[in-house]
Design a protein around this ligand. Structure first.
Ligand code: COA
Length: 333
């Protein structure tokens, strides 16, 4: 067939263990007030010892299939920066555990923009008629790669997974992805990175230490890049399909920091209450962030069929991207 990628299912999953700001303050030099006022975060979910990203991805995937009323898809894309193992990709295992043996399955790595990159990749598979339906799962377990002594990253990040099922359809129908825009700036890759463990370090022969494998972030610089890049990306997507920002019912931004969302709303000159926000309960869940926020909004009725919605992401790489759709009739699982 080939055509538009149409949203037909949505599911989300959070691991049950919760870490509150008070829990962090008991083990680190931080406090609830600092974390709340600087980030908007009150708690985050983390995986239990022994659990991995695929465990969350499978749970979200099951729910997206159920939401779409489907048991089969032709391809599974997992957006993640915390794969179960550096090699192979996590998606084939996820597909297999979902009973989808033999289908195309691969990972997409664009850190916090991973879900938007995953949607764009799925849209390409559908347009080229490689697949008739694709499961896109954003899943990350950043709790497993944070330096336990780093009060900043431990305050910000949480674990989770969210998934959507995209089907081939027509651009005019509700749920069709439109105005997809993607971008990157690799010259600023060091702002968000795991410095070691890759070929750059391994080819030196120097043994990998714990420090090499921890996630690092230059928070201030990331903050201003995030606002600037998401604002430009939102405008580009909206312009491409002839939407005025004032006509958009719901913006669903990557949940990086409540202050980033507020600054983005101000820069775009739209009311902040048109922006989805669940960061207080989940923190920054990286590739899971946008689908978790979508699921939250859809389940609570803040997103209704017919609403004009614009998703926007920003993350390591640096990478960014946005996509628009008219919200379809959908039951979140
Ligand atoms: N508790 C208490 N104090 C903390 C703290 C914590 N959890 N984390 C950092 N601090 C301290 C710093 O050590 C610093 O102290 P100093 O002035 O004595 O050196 C002070 O707070 C200010 O640090 P700074 O990093 O400048 O704060 P900030 O207002 O920029 O907030 C972030 C830090 C990380 C919350 C913010 O920069 C941010 O959200 N950045 C974007 C992060 C992000 O979303 N990354 C994902 C990519 S999408």
């Amino acid at each position: 067939m080939g055509g538009a990628a149409v949203l037909a299912g949505l599911g989300a999953w959070l691991p049950p263990d919760v870490v509150t700001n008070a829990d962090l303050a008991a083990v680190l030099d931080t406090d609830d007030e600092w974390i709340r006022t600087r980030t908007g975060i009150r708690q985050r979910h983390i995986v239990a010892p022994g659990a991995a990203t695929s465990d969350l991805a499978v749970q979200a995937g099951v729910r997206a299939l159920k939401s779409a009323g489907q048991e089969h898809v032709d391809a599974v894309i997992v957006a993640t920066s915390t794969p179960d193992r550096p090699c192979p990709a996590t998606a084939p295992e996820v597909a297999s555990r979902l009973g989808l043996r033999g289908v195309a399955a691969f990972d997409v790595g664009a850190v916090c923009t991973g879900f938007v990159y995953g949607l764009a990749t799925a849209a390409g598979l559908l347009a080229a008629d490689v697949a008739g339906s694709v499961l896109v799962i954003g899943a990350d377990t950043f709790s497993t790669i944070l330096d336990p002594r780093d009060r900043t990253t431990r305050a910000v990040f949480g674990d989770g997974a969210g998934a959507v099922l995209l089907k081939s359809g027509a651009f005019g129908e509700a749920g069709a992805l439109r105005g997809l825009t993607l971008g990157s700036d690799g010259s600023r890759g060091e702002l968000i990175e795991i410095p070691g463990g890759g070929s750059r370090q391994r080819s030196t022969g120097r043994p990998v230490t714990d420090e090499d494998l921890y996630f690092t972030m230059q928070g201030r610089a990331v903050f201003s890049e995030a606002v600037r890049r998401m604002a430009a990306s939102v405008r580009e997507s909206a312009e491409r399909i002839g939407w005025r920002l004032a006509d958009i019912d719901r913006f669903v931004p990557h949940q990086a920091n409540a202050r980033i969302t507020a600054a983005l709303a101000e820069r775009l000159d739209v009311p902040v209450d048109t922006f989805a926000s669940n960061i207080d309960r989940v923190g920054n869940t990286v590739a899971a962030s946008i689908p978790l926020a979508l699921a939250d909004d859809a389940a609570s009725g803040r997103l209704r069929a017919g609403d004009r919605v614009l998703l926007t992401g920003f993350g390591g790489g640096l990478t960014w991207g946005s996509v628009a759709l008219t919200w379809p009739e959908l039951t979140v699982a």
